[in-house]
Design a protein around this ligand. Structure first.
Ligand SMILES: [Zn+2]
Length: 423
């Protein structure tokens, strides 16, 4: 078994944390920003130093490749994203890039024999912090391979037209056109060129830490559905209109939301998660009874039958009146559970067992680049324990030791795939 270098990994963590340093322990590194360029410069510097060939595609996804002994073998790819949310941490995304770099560095430093070319990758704009949607460029690249019903969400022209939420008038396409690392479409990854993708990522939840495990062998990304629940009443003066005659849309929504929680909890699924994180109120004036209220509900579970049960509860809201208001439930979007390639998952599990690190099987509640890439080439993921389960915030932390362990697991899983001659 091979192990990656703690010293080299620690140095990368320290160095990348400088690019977009927000001054209080975390980073703000939006895609295509100056900080993004600095992180990519560092990637190029370190990968060139080990003799890797650097390529970039038209979406500014980057590929650093070292050759294998078989000139006809497809590449084994590893990677993630290097952009962050506003005031994010030093690990989400970039750990997957640093681990991929670390694997290539270890293979080079220790002269580890391998047949397949090995590629470390950066996917552009995973967070969608400035230019939505999330996982934009892995989605755009996998567009032709996706199920038809959500393919349109990642149409190239639509991505290029995505408007900046911080700079009025700026679009993703416009910013990309002058970006230092925009390259050729011919360099995009494809099933003809790539055997498989491994993505290492922080867990972003507390499950591994609570179980006392360092490494998660990820089996799937949870199915997810988003609904909007809308209530229609009428507006009237807050001081003159009697309580009994009101059709208060906010009061209706509040009552319905409590009912939803009670009914969904009665289903008794401990691993079912659901969240109301966004509301719209109209007219949003403190002296007017609201005539409209709309809340989001995001629901995630592996089993589509469980999601169906929640869907039934949601639609049952429409059959009742809430504070004399009409209720309407509207689908935002949904996606099925995405299962990783079973052979790759087994290679990861074998690798972590051989290395003797503490581990468990786990699913991902969050979306990742690997999820869309999996429509195009076989993929899998490795999770590193997140301290206190925190992510998308500055205290986000994973120890240098666990980061190195995660890279070592990926290295050995990649070598198992390499040795067995592909999938
Ligand atoms: Zn991420």
């Amino acid at each position: 078994m091979y192990e990656c270098s703690l010293e080299r990994m620690s140095d990368k963590i320290k160095t990348f944390s400088k690019y977009g340093d927000a001054g209080h322990g975390g980073i703000t590194r939006y895609a295509l920003s100056e900080a993004d360029i600095m992180a990519r410069d560092e990637f190029v510097k370190r990968m060139t130093a080990i003799g890797a060939t650097i390529e970039t595609d038209d979406l500014a996804n980057m590929y650093a490749t070292i050759p294998g002994s078989d000139p006809n073998a497809k590449r084994i790819m590893m990677g993630s994203h290097c952009d962050s949310v506003k005031n994010g941490g030093n690990y989400d995304g970039i750990l997957g890039v640093m681990s991929a770099m670390e694997v290539l560095e270890t293979v080079t430093a220790e002269n580890i024999p391998h047949k397949h070319p090995l590629t470390a990758t950066i996917f552009t704009n995973e967070e969608g912090s400035e230019f939505p949607p999330c996982m934009m460029c892995s989605g755009a690249m996998a567009h032709d391979y996706m199920p038809e019903r959500f393919r349109d969400n990642f149409a190239y022209d639509k991505m290029m037209a995505s408007e900046s939420i911080v700079e009025p008038g700026m679009t993703f396409g416009k910013k990309l056109s002058t970006f230092k690392y925009k390259g050729d479409k011919a360099n995009r990854m494809s099933p003809e060129k790539v055997e498989a993708l491994f993505e290492t990522h922080i867990e972003q939840g507390p499950i591994l830490e609570d179980a006392g495990k360092d490494i998660g062998v990820v089996t799937c990304v949870l199915g997810q559905m988003l609904y909007r629940v809308k209530f229609y009443g009428f507006a009237a003066h807050a001081g003159t209109f009697p309580m009994k005659k009101r059709h208060d849309a906010f009061h209706a929504a509040a009552e319905a939301l409590c009912y939803l929680h009670e009914e969904i909890d009665k289903l008794g699924y401990e691993d079912l998660v659901y969240t109301t994180g966004e509301v719209v109120i109209h007219p949003d004036v403190n002296t007017v009874i609201p005539d409209f209220f709309d809340f989001s509900i995001d629901v995630r579970h592996e089993d589509p039958e469980v999601l169906n049960k929640v869907r039934e509860i949601l639609f049952s809201l429409e059959k009742r009146e809430w504070q004399q208001c009409k209720c309407e439930v509207v689908l935002g979007w949904n996606r099925d559970t995405v299962y990783w390639n079973k052979t790759l998952v087994n290679y990861v599990r074998d690798a972590v067992e051989d290395l003797g690190y503490s581990h468990m099987d786990i699913h991902s509640g969050a979306g990742h680049d690997a999820q869309y890439i999996s429509y195009m080439v076989p993929t899998t993921m490795i999770f590193a324990q997140s301290e206190k389960g925190l992510s998308h915030c500055e205290p986000e932390h994973t120890s240098d030791e666990i980061c190195t362990k995660a890279a070592s697991v990926m290295l050995n899983a990649v070598l198992k795939l390499d040795e067995n001659g592909g999938l």
